[in-house]
Design a protein around this ligand. Structure first.
Ligand code: ZN
Length: 290
């Protein structure tokens, strides 16, 4: 099942159609796309009996962040050896954790204003927590995952590296710097014949002249800390809450890791894709005067 945030309302998505959950459930479930994780198992039971192909057609521009206001946002730095290498940084012994403040969250098919000339891309698999908890064992971790979605961990490298130590959280939380979506895909829908954490992940840029170029192409099995390890390690330190999200890090191919370095320019579009989860698309534009 795929659930999404359509103009601020929780929907179940089937192809190009969306079923409004509050209306279809006659008010049993809230229209708030964040509240569903508080009643996750009850919702799954009800939603499994719905036919979203009877829903209305929708425009992807109306998709808001699939998880709009998580209580906690975890982001993992340097979780692929290939990316640590290109960044000139050591592979960490423990997960390197920062946050993306929720005011940076945005939808799946939107414009993002460039904040300067060092704005960079990082496609990431995003884990959404269903039932929370402390001290979750690795072998129980998947039962605490509601689903998976796609995120872009957009970064202003100048702000990120303002000082020493670097300031990952603020440099990655500028306006529109956390697109997530298009939908949260429940784990039963991710190819169950393969390891659930082995998905093709990548992103492609369309330049101003219309040419395209693959920026990143990896597999999520190359994560240093797998999803079960991350859930176990994080929950050994802090309580995970329903609807929390974890950005799980990016493979190599970011602009910072290139020689010379390459950053986003106004008029370019980045399309980020993960196998079984769909794609999101961000057009980068010059700052809009307010
Ligand atoms: Zn990242």
């Amino acid at each position: 099942m795929r659930i999404a945030n359509l103009s601020g309302r929780l929907v179940i998505v089937d192809g190009g159609r969306a079923l409004d959950v509050e209306k279809a459930s006659a008010g049993r479930f809230s229209s708030n796309p964040q509240a569903v994780y508080d009643d996750w198992n009850e919702f799954l039971g009800w939603a499994g009996e719905q036919d979203a192909s009877t829903g209305a057609e929708f425009d992807t521009h109306d998709l808001g962040p699939a998880v709009p206001r998580p209580a906690q946002v975890f982001a993992i730095g340097l979780n692929y050896a290939s990316h640590a290498g290109e960044s000139g940084l050591d592979v960490p012994e423990n997960p390197m954790v920062f946050t993306k403040f929720v005011s940076s969250f945005t939808g799946a098919d939107v414009d993002v204003e460039l904040t300067g000339d060092t704005v960079d891309w990082e496609v990431e698999l995003v884990v959404v927590i269903g039932e929370g908890g402390r001290d979750i064992a690795e072998e129980d971790a998947w039962s605490h995952v509601a689903g998976l979605t796609i995120g872009q961990d957009i970064s202003d490298r100048t702000v990120q590296f303002w000082g020493n130590p670097a300031q990952f959280s603020i440099g990655k939380s500028l306006k529109g710097f956390a697109p997530i979506g298009p939908a949260v895909v429940t784990i039963d829908e991710v190819d169950s014949s393969a390891d659930r954490a082995d998905l093709a992940i990548g992103c492609t840029i369309t330049h101003v002249d219309g040419t395209t170029e693959v920026l990143q192409a990896g597999r999520t099995r190359d994560m240093i800390f797998s999803i079960p390890v991350l859930v176990a390690k994080l929950s050994s330190l802090v309580e995970l809450l329903p609807g929390d999200v974890i950005f799980t890090g990016t493979p190599d191919g970011v602009g910072l890791g290139r020689t010379p370095r390459v950053y986003l320019k106004a008029g370019e579009t980045v399309t980020s894709e993960i196998e079984s989860l769909g794609s999101i698309r961000q057009r980068f534009v010059a700052p809009v005067a307010e």
